[in-house]
Design a protein around this ligand. Structure first.
Ligand code: HEC
Length: 152
């Protein structure tokens, strides 16, 4: 009798742990149409890229430098989502990450040029930044949306 009670308690514990695990997984997996981690990154990049364009037009170099820093250290998607994206990309993963690398390199160059007050170099690196965005979008955005959001 006593052993059976212990058995049931253990079973209850296992069920509770599995259920808690399922909730964690479910929470990490955004439903269709929900802005997920990557989208949050993109929205941040979009806001800061536009703001940098305005700041360049206004020749506000301190602001350009600050925005360049934010573009370089943009928010990262949660680890679980990164893993899902990498599993989906498989052999393409290094290429995908390469665009992020180009983005960061351009942002660093833009920050340095802004600090030096070199408008020409700022514009050149801003163009490189945008070509990193466009390059990745042309190659992956549509397929990403089709795969993760069912073509939203
Ligand atoms: C490494 C690849 C990559 C780079 C680099 C990249 N993006 Fe994206 N971007 C994506 C993917 C994938 C999506 C689709 C995400 C989605 O719809 O959930 C996307 C979507 C977007 C969207 C659309 C969001 C929406 O509401 O549907 C915007 C805006 C955007 N990116 C801005 C930028 C800007 C600005 C940059 C450069 C500063 C940039 N991205 C760089 C991969 C990238």
């Amino acid at each position: 009798m006593k052993l059976r009670t212990v058995g049931w308690s253990l079973l209850g514990l296992v069920v509770a742990v599995v259920a808690a695990g399922a909730i964690v997984v479910a929470k990490d997996r955004p439903g269709p149409g929900t802005p997920d981690g990557l989208l949050a990154t993109m929205q941040q990049l979009d806001t800061n890229t536009r703001a940098a364009g305005d700041a360049i037009a206004a020749r506000n170099w301190p602001l350009v430098a600050e925005l360049a820093d934010r573009l370089n250290h943009h928010v990262e998607p949660p680890l679980g989502q990164k893993l899902r994206v990498m599993l989906w990309l498989r052999t393409q993963a290094p290429n995908f990450r390469g665009y992020d690398g180009k983005l960061r390199t351009a942002a660093v160059a833009m920050g340095a040029a802004a600090k030096a007050g070199d408008g020409q170099a700022v514009s050149a690196s801003y163009a490189q930044l945008q070509s990193a965005c466009t390059g990745c979008h042309e190659k992956y955005q549509a397929a990403y949306v089709a795969h993760f959001q069912g073509g939203k």
